[in-house]
Design a protein around this ligand. Structure first.
Ligand code: B3K
Ligand code: ZN
Length: 884
C-alpha cells in the first residue's frame, strides 16, 4: 500500500486478464502457527490481451520459492503483488510453482485461512484467496482445483475441500491426508477448506433424474441435535430449484459446515458451504421462529448460488448483484413458495419490504448511496450492501413482473444456455431475460429498464386522483422523480411497474391491473366509476419506490378494512401510524406523555386485532408501529430522542387502551401441542408475544403486577425459545422489576449456548433507553466474562445492537454514544476491518440530525477519519460520510 494513498477501482477500467490459470494443485500442511501452501498452476497467456508481466495478488504471505517450468526465476514483490516478467512467450501453457506460508492462528480478520475453536476454516469472497497463496484473485479467472490437505489426525480428523474426495489415508507422525478434486472450474473466491474435529448429520437423497447425492451438515460434537432443520431446509432447497427452475444438484456431495467465528451469514463455496452457526443450529429450546425462518432462507440462498453465482459467476465485482440480487430474489420466492397460502406469502413479502424500506432506502439517500451495479469502490467488501442484495432482488422481481412467471423461468433457462461456465455481467442477465421474451414490455424498454442498474437513489412516485361524477371517470396521475445522489446529479425516468386497484366506498373492487410508468408523468383514466373510489397504488410493492398520495384518514381506513391486496392493506395501517407519528413529532410543544391517539385510529387498530378471519401473523405486522429509523427517513431534520419518545408514547397508548383486546388475543392464540415453526403457528406465537409485551407495558403505567407475573411464569415454563424469549423481552422492554431476575436466570440456563447468549446480550443493549441507562449497561456488558470483541456475533450482539439498533439510547444529548462508537470502530478496525466498517455506517445519516447532535456526530466521524492507519474498509465509509 502506498502510504495512505489508496486506490479507487473503477468499473470503466475493466480489462480482461493478461493470463489464464487452467488448473491449480494446492497442497496444505496445516498448522495453526505456520501453514505451508504449495501452489502448482498451469497458466497461459491470454493472447487477446496486450503482452504484460504476470501480477499475482498476495497478502500477508511469506514467500519461500517460485519456479517456472521447474526452474528458478526472477521476480519482484510490489504492492501486495508478485510480479513475473520473464515468462515463456506465445500461447503455450507453462507451470508455475509457488511455496508460501501463512499464520492462520493470527488471522483475526477472518479472511483467508483462519482458526476458530481449534478448527481451520476459509473465507475467500471477495479477495481472501490472496491471503492463502499468490493468485489471479479475480472472479473472471476460473480454474480446475485439486486440493491435498495434510494435518494432525487426532486434532483434525475431518479434512474437507470443494468437490469430490478422491483419496485419503494416514501419514507418519500421527498425520493424515485427504485429496479433493472439484469437477467444476471456479474462480478463487469459491475455494474453501475446512479441517477440524467435527461431526456430521448425513442424508442420502435421490434426485429427480435418479442420481444419488450425499448431503452433510458438519458441526461441533455437541451440536448434532441442532442440525435437523438445516438439513430439511437443504433438501427443500434442492427439490425447489429443480421443480421451479429445472436446476438440479450437480455434485455427488454437498456439504454445509458451521463455524461460530464468521464475518457474515454464510458463504456459497462450491459444494462446501461455510455457515455462521447462527444460520445452521436450531432446536426448539434454543432458537426462535425467526431463527428457523432465517435458517431456511439462508440455506436456500447459499444452495441457490450453486447455479446463480457458481455455475455462472461475475465478470468483476461491480457485477456483484448479478449473483446476489438474483439469489436473494430466488430465496425470497423459495420462502414464499414454502409458506404456501396466499396470506402467508403476503406476510413474507411484507417482511422483505420492511427490510428494504428500513435499511436500503436510507442507504440510497445517504453518503454510501450507490447503484445496484456500482461504478467505483475502494474496498469491495463495503459493497455487500442492502442495495446490491435487496434492491437488486427487487430489480429482478420487476423483470419477473414484466415478463410473467413463466417468461422469467424461460429467461433463466436461456441465461444458463448462454453463459453456463462463464463469468458475465448484469447486462448479460437482463439481455437473456428480454431475449427469451421478445414481445414483452421488458424487451421493448430494456435500455430504459437498465437504469435500475446504473442510477442510485430511490425514485418517488407522486400520485393524485380526480373523480368526475358526471363523466363517471377517475383520472389518476403518476409522476416520477429521483433526487440526486453522490456523483449523480441528474436522473432519467425509470421503468416502474405500478400494481393498481380501485376500491369502492363499500369496499368493492372496481378495477385492478398493472400500469408500467415510463414517462416523467402519465395520467390514466378509469371509465364507468359510479362513485369516488379509493386508489390502491403499488400493490404488492410492485417497485422499490416511495409512493406519495394524499390519502385522507377515511381512505386509509377503508383500504385497511377492504383492500384485496394484503400488502396495501398493511401499508394503509402503516400510513395511518406514520402520519400520526409525524404530526406529534412536529408538534414540538406537546410533551410525549400528553400525546393522544384519536379514536378513529384506535378503532381501526382494534378492528384488526379483533378481526375474525385475519391471520395472527398479519395482525402482528399491522399492529407493529413503523420503526424509528423508518419514521426518521420521512423527516428532513431528525431528533432521534423525540422520535423515540413519540413512538413509545403511541405504543403505550395502544397497550393501555386495547388491553382487553390484547388479553383476548393472548388467550385465543396460545399454542398447545408439539412445537412446529410453520407460518401459522409462528404467527400465533408472534401475536401472543406482542400481546404479552403490551400487557406488561400497560401494567407499567398502572403499577399492576399481574401481567409481569404471568410473563415471568411463562418465561420460566415456556416449551420453546420463541415464547421464552418473548416473555423475557416483555419484562425487559417494559422495565419490569422482574427483568433482572429473569435475565439472571436466562443466563444461568443458557450459559453454554453461544447463540442464545448473543440474544441475551442483544436484548439488553437494544432495550428502550430510560434516562440514559443503556450506555452504562452496554459498557458493563463489554466487561462481562462472556463478552469477546473478536467474535463477530458477540460484537454485533452488544455493540451493533446499541449503535445501529437502538436510536433512542445511542443518540444521547451528551454525545457519549458517539464517543463510544468512535472508540469501538477503531478498536475493531485493528482486529477485523470488515466488522469495523459495518459499525462505521451507524452514523451514515448524521447530516440529518438535529443540532447539537449533528456537530457531535461530525466530530466523532472526523476523529475516526483523522487516524492515519485506518483500513481501506473504514476509510472509505468515513470519507464518504464527511464528503459534501
Ligand atoms: N457471497 C457471500 C458474501 C460474501 C461477503 C464477502 N464480504 C454470502 C452470500 O451472499 O451468499
Ligand atoms: Zn449471496
Amino acid at each position: 500500500m502506498r502510504e495512505g494513498q489508496n486506490n479507487v477501482i473503477y468499473r470503466a477500467d475493466y480489462q480482461a486478464p493478461g493470463y489464464w490459470i487452467d488448473s491449480v494443485e494446492l497442497s496444505f500442511d496445516l498448522d495453526p502457527a505456520k501453514t505451508r501452501v504449495l501452489n502448482r498452476m498451469k497458466l497461459r497467456r491470454n493472447l487477446d490481451a496486450a503482452p504484460q508481466p504476470l501480477r499475482l495478488d498476495g497478502e500477508e504471505l511469506n514467500l519461500a520459492r517460485v519456479l517456472v517450468n521447474g526452474q528458478g526465476t526472477s521476480f519482484k514483490l510490489e504492492d501486495n503483488q508478485l510480479v513475473l516478467e520473464n515468462l515463456p512467450e506465445g500461447g503455450d501453457s507453462f507451470d508455475l510453482e509457488i511455496l508460501t506460508t501463512c499464520q492462520p492462528a493470527k488471522n483475526t480478520k477472518l479472511m483467508g485461512l483462519y482458526v476458530s475453536n481449534d478448527s481451520f476454516f476459509t473465507q475467500c469472497e471477495a479477495e481472501g484467496f490472496r491471503r492463502i497463496t499468490y493468485f489471479l484473485d479475480r472472479p473472471d479467472v476460473m480454474a480446475s482445483f485439486t486440493v491435498l490437505l495434510r494435518a494432525d489426525k487426532a486434532k483434525y480428523p475431518v479434512l474437507l475441500s470443494n468437490g469430490n474426495l478422491v483419496d485419503q489415508g494416514d501419514l507418519a507422525d500421527g498425520r493424515h491426508f485427504a485429496k479433493w478434486v472439484d469437477p467444476f472450474r471456479k474462480p478463487s473466491y469459491l475455494f474453501a477448506l475446512v479441517a477440524g474435529n467435527l461431526v456430521a448429520r448425513e442424508q442420502r437423497i435421490r434426485a429427480r433424474g435418479g442420481k444419488e447425492h450425499l448431503l452433510q451438515v458438519f458441526v461441533r460434537a455437541g451440536d448434532l441435535d441442532k442440525t435437523e432443520h438445516a438439513m430439511n431446509s437443504l433438501m427443500a432447497s434442492i427439490a425447489w430449484d429443480e421443480a421451479r427452475f429445472g436446476l438440479p444438484l450437480d455434485l455427488e456431495r454437498f456439504m454445509i459446515v458451521a463455524t461460530s467465528d464468521f464475518n457474515m451469514g454464510a458463504m456459497e463455496n462450491k459444494g462446501l458451504n461455510i455457515f455462521n452457526t447462527k444460520y445452521v443450529l436450531a432446536s426448539q429450546a434454543t432458537a426462535t421462529d425467526t431463527d428457523f425462518a432465517n435458517i431456511e432462507s439462508v440455506v436456500g440462498h447459499e444452495y441457490f448460488h450453486n447455479w446463480t453465482g457458481n455455475r455462472v459467476t461475475c465478470r468483476d465485482w461491480f457485477q456483484l448483484s448479478l449473483k446476489e440480487g438474483l439469489t436473494v430474489f430466488r430465496d425470497q420466492e423459495f420462502s414464499q413458495d414454502l409458506a404456501g397460502e396466499a396470506s402467508a406469502r403476503a406476510v413474507k413479502r411484507i417482511e422483505d419490504v420492511r427490510v428494504l424500506r428500513t435499511a436500503q432506502f436510507p442507504e440510497d439517500a445517504g453518503p454510501m448511496a450507490h447503484p445496484v451495479r456500482p461504478d467505483q469502490y475502494l474496498e469491495i467488501n463495503n459493497f455487500y450492501t442492502v442495495t446490491v442484495y435487496e434492491k437488486g432482488a427487487e430489480v429482478v422481481r420487476m423483470m419477473q413482473t414484466l415478463v410473467g412467471r413463466e417468461g422469467f423461468a424461460r429467461g433463466l433457462k436461456l441465461y444458463f444456455e448462454r453463459h453456463d461456465g462463464h463469468a458475465v455481467t448484469c447486462d448479460d442477465f437482463a439481455q437473456a431475460i428480454a431475449d427469451a421474451n421478445p414481445d414483452s414490455t421488458l424487451a421493448r424498454l430494456l435500455d430504459q429498464f437498465k437504469r435500475w442498474y446504473s442510477q442510485a437513489g430511490t425514485p418517488r412516485v407522486r400520485a393524485s386522483g380526480l373523480y368526475d361524477a358526471d363523466a363517471r371517470t377517475y383520472r389518476l396521475t403518476l409522476a416520477q422523480s429521483c433526487a440526486p445522489t453522490p456523483g449523480q446529479d441528474v436522473k432519467e425516468p425509470f421503468v416502474i411497474p405500478v400494481g393498481l386497484g380501485l376500491v369502492g366506498a363499500d369496499g368493492a373492487e372496481l378495477a385492478s391491473g398493472m400500469h408500467v410508468l415510463t414517462q416523467e408523468s402519465e395520467t390514466l383514466t378509469f371509465e364507468n366509476i359510479g362513485s369516488e373510489p379509493v386508489p390502491s397504488i403499488l400493490r404488492g410493492f410492485s417497485a422499490p419506490v416511495i409512493l406519495e398520495f394524499d390519502y385522507s384518514d377515511a381512505q386509509l381506513i377503508a383500504l385497511l378494512a377492504h383492500d384485496t391486496d394484503p400488502f396495501n392493506r398493511w401499508e394503509a395501517g402503516q400510513r395511518l401510524a406514520v402520519n400520526r407519528a409525524l404530526g406529534f413529532i412536529r408538534d414540538a410543544g406537546v410533551a410525549a406523555r400528553d400525546i393522544r391517539l384519536d379514536p378513529p385510529f384506535m378503532n381501526a387498530m382494534r378492528a384488526v386485532l379483533r378481526h375474525p378471519t385475519l391471520d395472527a401473523a398479519f395482525k402482528e405486522l399491522v399492529l407493529t408501529l413503523p420503526a424509528e429509523t423508518y419514521i426518521a427517513e420521512q423527516l428532513d431534520v431528525v431528533d432521534p430522542q423525540r422520535i423515540h419518545a413519540v413512538r413509545e408514547a403511541m405504543r403505550e397508548q395502544l397497550a393501555r387502551e386495547l388491553a382487553p383486546d390484547w388479553e383476548q388475543a393472548f388467550e385465543q392464540h396460545r399454542e398447545s401441542g408439539a412445537y412446529r415453526p410453520d407460518p401459522v403457528s409462528s404467527g400465533r406465537r408472534a401475536l401472543t408475544g406482542m400481546a404479552l409485551s403490551n400487557l406488561c407495558l400497560a401494567a407499567r403505567a398502572s403499577g399492576d403486577q399481574v401481567w409481569p407475573g404471568k410473563a415471568y411464569q411463562r418465561f420460566k415454563d415456556a416449551g420453546n425459545m420463541t415464547d421464552r424469549f418473548n416473555a423475557l423481552a416483555a419484562l425487559v422492554t417494559s422495565g419490569s422489576e422482574l427483568a433482572a431476575p429473569a435475565l439472571q436466570r436466562f443466563h444461568a440456563i443458557f450459559k453454554d449456548e453461544a447463540l442464545v447468549l448473543d440474544k441475551w446480550f442483544a436484548l439488553q443493549a437494544g432495550a428502550p433507553d430510560r434516562g440514559g441507562n443503556v450506555l452504562p449497561a452496554v459498557k458493563q456488558l463489554m466487561n462481562h466474562p462472556d463478552f469477546n470483541i473478536r467474535n463477530p456475533n458477540r460484537a454485533r450482539s452488544v455493540i451493533f445492537s446499541y449503535c445501529s439498533a437502538n436510536p433512542g439510547g445511542f443518540h444521547r444529548p451528551d454525545a457519549a454514544g458517539y464517543v463510544f462508537w468512535s472508540e469501538r470502530v477503531l478498536e475493531l478496525d485493528a482486529i477485523n476491518p470488515q466488522v469495523a466498517a459495518r459499525l462505521a455506517r451507524a452514523l451514515d445519516r448524521w447530516k440529518k440530525l438535529v443540532e447539537p447532535l449533528r456537530s457531535a456526530a461530525r466530530e466523532a466521524i472526523a476523529r475516526v477519519a483523522a487516524r492515519p492507519d485506518l483500513s481501506n474498509d473504514v476509510r472509505e465509509v468515513v470519507t464518504r460520510a464527511l464528503a459534501d
